[in-house]
Design a protein. Structure first.
Length: 318
């Protein structure tokens, strides 16, 4: 039985690696390498270095959330759970496999860890929503393109930041009262039984989780902005950042598998960022951030399904 399980784990790892490389090859084949502005990349090596260094920070913050909510008390296990979940999300629609990967090694705590995953994902979605709405207010091109008119006073940075903070507080209020809403709302009984599990995650934990989610959002927002500058974008950060926030918001709303997500994100990014930079800047920047933040960590996570075993000390001594 143990041998069969090891074979299945090796097979899963091989399938994950194959699919990830296949997707990367298909997207890379669509690029016209001669038209990409690699000279700008050579001129800004520190930008590329900064983008790469932010990758482990991005997933470290996610592991902190998981450690806090799931009460694992082991940063190493939390890190492995996050990467293992990411590896399964690579081959499932809308990343639904991520929760299975997270709780695969949870044992008796798997049910409570499901609730931890829900709260953590909700916090990250709230951050995306709040920053996206602030980006909508600050964007100079999105509002006219969407046929919307708004008082110019509302598009000022201080007002937008105030709106962001209010929205984050509202998200915290809703999230911390999920268990009460489950009991009050006319939901099926199968849903109401989850109220007790959600109530075990306190307000302080959810507040810290939301703060970490907002910080993590700032990390990959910065990565995308630096990637655009790396490939030759000439617009200012004041123009790029709101447009990127709006891009992330629309991408989060559009359902897609992670394998197809790159094409969706490229299309949305080109639509929103077109007034500020060309598609030849947007597409490679999107691909770079997607590759570094999702594919490479997922490949690392796929190796964590393999039961690496250390030799006993007695054997090692010989």
């Amino acid at each position: 039985m143990n041998r069969t399980i090891r074979i299945l784990k090796f097979s899963l790892t091989a399938a994950l690696v194959f699919l990830a490389l296949k997707v990367c090859f298909e997207h890379w084949r669509e690029f016209d390498a001669d038209s990409i502005n690699f000279s700008s990349v050579y001129q800004h090596p520190f930008l590329l270095l900064a983008i790469v260094l932010l990758v482990p920070l991005n997933w470290y913050l996610e592991s902190l959330k998981w450690n806090l909510l799931a009460k694992i008390n082991s940063s190493s296990k939390a890190w492995k759970d996050v990467l293992r979940g990411l590896s399964l999300s690579l081959i499932t629609p809308n990343r639904i496999g991520e929760i299975a990967g997270r709780v695969a090694k949870s044992g008796d705590q798997s049910v409570q860890h499901n609730y931890a995953f829900i709260v953590g994902s909700l916090a990250q979605s709230c951050a995306t929503l709040c920053f996206g709405l602030m980006g909508l207010l600050l964007s100079e091109s999105a509002l006219p393109a969407l046929g919307l008119k708004i008082n110019p006073a509302f598009t000022k940075l201080p007002f937008s930041i105030a709106i962001l903070l209010i929205l984050l507080l509202l998200c915290l209020l809703v999230s911390s009262n999920l268990h009460r809403l489950f009991r009050i709302l006319p939901l099926p009984k199968a849903w109401k039984i989850h109220a007790d599990g959600l109530s075990k995650i306190g307000l302080q934990e959810q507040g810290i989780t939301l703060a970490i989610s907002a910080l993590r959002y700032v990390v990959f927002l910065s990565q995308f902005a630096m990637a655009l500058l790396l490939f030759g974008a000439e617009a200012s950060l004041y123009q790029l950042l709101p447009a990127i926030c709006l891009t992330y918001l629309i991408t989060a709303i559009v359902p897609a598998s992670i394998i197809g997500e790159l094409g969706v994100r490229e299309s949305v990014a080109v639509l929103i960022l077109a007034p500020f930079c060309s598609a030849l800047v947007i597409i490679p920047a999107t691909f770079l951030v997607w590759m570094l933040n999702l594919v490479i960590p997922a490949l690392i996570g796929s190796g964590m399904w393999i039961p690496w075993r250390r030799k006993p000390d007695s054997i090692a001594a010989e």
